[in-house]
Design a protein around this ligand. Structure first.
Ligand SMILES: [Zn+2]
Length: 135
């Protein structure tokens, strides 16, 4: 008989908020997930920043994303004082890859290619951070 599956979650430290990233964190506090979009080459990117990583244009904007994508790869950390947790990359439907924590699933509940969606996890003394959970 196996033990009950432990759902993964762990405390995440408050992110540092800078002038360039403040609009992203302000949106996160409202439960909205923003990605960068270049107004010159048209490509989406993550993480949000003022300079397009594809063509180096500074003609960029932030746009709201549903935060949906699939797991590109992941790794489960079994030895942790706060219990197992998983980190990995999500490929957003818009194209960019996001390095993230996975939540709301047991350590063996993830698979590559699985559909996931963003949600926001509270932090102590800072804005909530985006994490991803299976849909
Ligand atoms: Zn560009």
């Amino acid at each position: 008989m196996s033990e009950p599956k432990e759902m993964m979650s762990r405390p995440i430290p408050a992110p540092a908020v800078y002038i360039e990233t403040k609009p992203f964190w302000d949106a996160a506090a409202e439960g909205r997930f923003l990605i960068g979009r270049c107004l010159d080459c048209g490509k989406a990117y993550w993480y949000p920043r003022n300079i397009c990583p594809h063509c180096f244009s500074d003609h960029t904007t932030l746009e709201e994303s549903p935060g949906e994508g699939v797991i590109y790869t992941y790794s489960v950390m079994h030895r942790s004082p706060t219990g197992p947790y998983a980190i990995g990359y999500v490929t957003l439907n818009e194209g960019p890859a996001v390095l993230t924590n996975f939540v709301d699933t047991a350590p063996d509940g993830l698979t590559i290619g699985m559909k996931v969606k963003v949600k926001f996890q509270p932090t102590a003394g800072g804005p909530p951070v985006p994490v991803f959970a299976p849909v």
